[in-house]
Ligand binder design. Structure first.
Ligand code: PHE
Length: 346
């Protein structure tokens, strides 16, 4: 009886073909399912006589294997015909999926703009190490021993009292000017962009690191008039013609005379607003004539040569350009902020 059933089902299984997943699923349920034919036959097997069990056992196992291998073979066929179907459904005329191109960091954009302006005046770009010794960051630049900028409050020291004096993270890129002057003789005409570090509490207006562009022009007969004209040209290029400049006397150990340069407020054009604190002016950089001591420290004859130097914070220039009120945005890597600075140049 059971043998007959098995023979009949085996024929059915052998004859079965499909390439459709739902038909195959029906097949699985019918034969291999928890209430399927195989389960039913195995249950019936339990009640056959011992002699019959001997001969039927093998047949039963073969039957089970037949159903399983049929299922597996057909499964491969249905799956490949399904993927074939997806290929056939692929519509090549649909528009492609766009992918987002990143954008330049605002500081990189401003840096490049500044570099390009000075390049028109023949300034090249010089770079130097961020970890500096006392000589290049301070001593050569005429910083008196007790100058507050050497104080732990401003400088991140890495090593105190090494072979070349204290080792620190540079506090300005003037150190690159020293390196440049040590390595050659005037004329020098270069700008020094780079990251600098100061030990300050992080807030909207101050950070423990920021970016600077300093500049140096040294040659015979370089005068304060050259400095003024160079910086005036720079401001016209960067903020547009008609932007006014003014110089206020100031002090830096490495320049004499020294000045700070203000420009007429980029927002209110001098009428007075929150940004310029209703003064009509905003400070953008420090500058001056290189102190003869600095030239001599770097092996340059201060009787023969003179030079001017200036230094500005890139963040400050970017703040004025894009009206960014919080310095921390520059280093937080928030894509919502960064995405806003699309530039035509990648
Ligand atoms: N090194 C100065 C600073 O970091 C800037 C500066 C450079 C001022 C050159 C005058 C001349 O504040």
């Amino acid at each position: 009886m059971l043998q007959d059933k098995i023979t009949q089902y085996s024929q059915e299984i052998n004859a079965f073909v499909t390439d459709k997943a739902d038909e195959l699923e029906q097949f699985r349920i019918k034969y291999l399912g928890s209430k399927g034919v195989i389960k039913e036959i195995f249950d019936a097997f339990k009640s056959v006589s011992i002699e019959e069990k001997k001969s039927l056992g093998k047949v039963l196992n073969e039957f089970k294997q037949l159903a399983e291998s049929k299922f597996n073979t057909l499964k491969e066929i249905t799956e490949s015909s399904e993927s074939q179907a997806t290929v056939n459904e692929l519509d090549l005329t649909l528009p492609g999926e766009g992918f987002e191109i990143g954008s330049r960091h605002p500081l990189a954009l401003v840096r490049r703009e500044i570099v390009e302006i000075f390049a028109k005046l023949g300034f090249t770009v010089a770079e130097g190490p961020e970890i500096e010794d006392d000589w290049h960051n301070f001593s050569a630049l005429n910083f008196p021993e007790e100058h507050p900028a050497r104080d732990m409050q401003d400088t991140f020291f890495i090593k105190k009292g090494g072979e070349k004096g204290d080792i620190a993270l540079r506090t300005h890129t003037s150190s690159v000017q020293v390196r440049m002057m040590e390595q050659g003789q005037p004329p020098f005409r270069a700008i020094m962009p780079g990251r600098v570090y100061r030990n300050e509490a992080i807030s909207a207006r101050a950070h423990c690191f920021f970016h600077q562009i300093e500049g140096l022009y040294a040659d015979e007969n370089v005068s304060f008039a050259d400095l003024k004209q160079t910086l005036f040209y720079f401001v016209q290029e960067l903020y547009g013609e008609g932007t006014k400049v003014r110089f206020r006397p100031s002090y830096f150990p490495f320049t004499e005379p020294s000045a700070e340069m203000d420009i007429s407020c980029t927002i209110c054009k001098g009428a007075g607003c929150q940004l310029c604190k209703y003064s009509g002016w905003v400070e953008i950089l420090g500058c001056g004539m290189v102190d003869p001591n600095v030239l001599e420290n770097c092996g340059i004859d201060s009787k023969k040569y003179s030079g001017f130097a200036f230094g500005m914070g890139i963040e400050r220039i970017a703040n004025l350009k894009y009206e960014i009120k919080d310095l921390r945005l520059f280093s937080e890597n928030d894509a919502r902020f960064l995405r806003q600075f699309k530039s035509a140049l990648i």
